[in-house]
Design a binder for this molecule. Structure first.
Ligand code: KG4
Ligand code: ZN
Length: 346
């Protein structure tokens, strides 16, 4: 018999995504982004995101069904991001998923956004090795997770104590007059620059490692870049943007890869998955490959459009949760803006 057809809905931040997955096969992935509407503000404006989700959700459901050549009545189960994320944005997806579940008479699973970022890798590289270590880096999160069972046993090993990695890219881009989101332009500039400035590596001193071995901090780095640029301005000297980008980027990816490999080796885990928007970074991919190979750790990084927020990741997680026989969510489950990663299905 065919594996169940799972429709996944994602609306936790600025992407409205609807994906259709059967087993580990991606049938369709429709994504609308409100990023351009946030660009003038240099970051996501929650109220704008919620309104954009409302406008995009039905067209994205229709577009996914059309791309996959399926009817809504063919869908066997619905998965939706219940959290973490922006409360108003999450509510749009959760409301749509519940309406579909009621209308179609199918089960609904309110699932964890972070687990979705890991599960999505199955669509490209097949069954997830368990346990595996996941490094999730995006505009909203920077986590190190130990994934023992993607459908229900995920342990947080580390988190950012201030800014997320992508947020640091966005803020540094802003102070260098580069466009939002800052990751892609900094990545591009860095390619033609050299690592000439020794910016600080957050939470890597011996004292910090005692309490925050697998945690991250990027706000000190951002401030260090701001101070360095200000000093140049004060001295009336031009800012070597490409070198600042290369040096900043090296400080970020050095810490990310160093801590990820340390966590894998410390916990006896041999597989590392890197996902989230920042996983698109070319230097992060290269350094992670180099350091993973040296440490004997296998590395899996999904392709760029699967790394960023989308419905496919939620459908992929839903498909796994259904396959492993997890109970569906009660129809009155809430959107939870701070849903802990240990709660994979609400
Ligand atoms: O996963 P995502 O699309 O949305 C969430 O934040 O959940 O990630 C967006 C973040 C932004 O902060 C953006 O600057 C960053 O990912 N990003 C990158 C690159 N492409 C996107 N950061 C570094 N290098 C990149 N090439
Ligand atoms: Zn995300």
């Amino acid at each position: 018999m065919d594996q169940p057809l799972v429709l996944g809905i994602e609306s936790s931040c600025d992407e409205t995504g609807v994906g259709l997955v059967r087993g580990h096969t991606l049938l369709a992935d429709a994504v609308a982004s409100s990023m351009e509407q946030h660009a003038p503000f240099g970051g996501v404006v929650p109220e704008i995101a919620s309104r954009a989700h409302l406008e995009a959700i039905v067209p994205m459901i229709e577009s996914a069904c059309e791309k996959a050549s399926v009817r809504l009545s063919d869908v066997d189960a619905i998965a939706v991001t219940a959290g973490p994320g922006l409360a108003g944005a999450l509510m749009v997806g959760v409301g749509a998923a519940k309406a579909l579940a009621l209308g179609l008479g199918k089960p609904v699973y309110g699932v964890n956004h972070l687990a979705g970022h890991v599960a999505v890798d199955q669509l490209e590289h097949g069954a997830l090795p368990e346990p595996c270590l996941a490094l999730l880096v995006s505009g909203g999160h920077s986590n190190l997770l130990q994934v023992n069972d993607i459908s229900g046993d995920i342990v947080s090993l580390g988190n950012t104590i201030d800014d997320a990695a992508g947020e640091a890219y966005d803020k540094v881009a802003r102070l260098l007059d580069l466009p939002y989101p800052g990751g892609p332009p900094i990545d591009r500039e860095a390619a033609s620059g050299s690592v000439t400035i020794d910016f600080p590596r957050g939470l890597t001193s011996r004292k910090d490692l005692e309490r925050h071995r697998f945690d991250f901090s990027f706000s000190g780095l951002k401030t260090a870049v701001a101070r360095w640029v200000e000093a140049r301005h004060r001295a009336g000297e031009p800012v070597p943007v490409a070198d600042v980008c290369a040096s900043f980027q090296e400080a970020v990816v050095d810490v990310l890869t160093r801590k990820a490999i340390d966590a894998a080796l410390t916990h006896g885990i041999h597989d590392l998955v890197i996902s989230g928007g920042v996983a698109a970074n070319s230097r992060l991919r290269a350094l992670a490959e180099e350091r993973a190979a040296a440490a004997g750790v296998r590395l899996r990084v999904p392709k760029r459009n699967l790394c960023t927020d989308n419905g496919a990741m939620i459908a992929a997680l839903g498909s796994e949760v259904v396959a492993r026989g997890r109970p569906a969510s009660a129809l009155d489950f809430p959107a939870d803006s701070s849903q802990p990663v240990g709660t994979v299905v609400v």
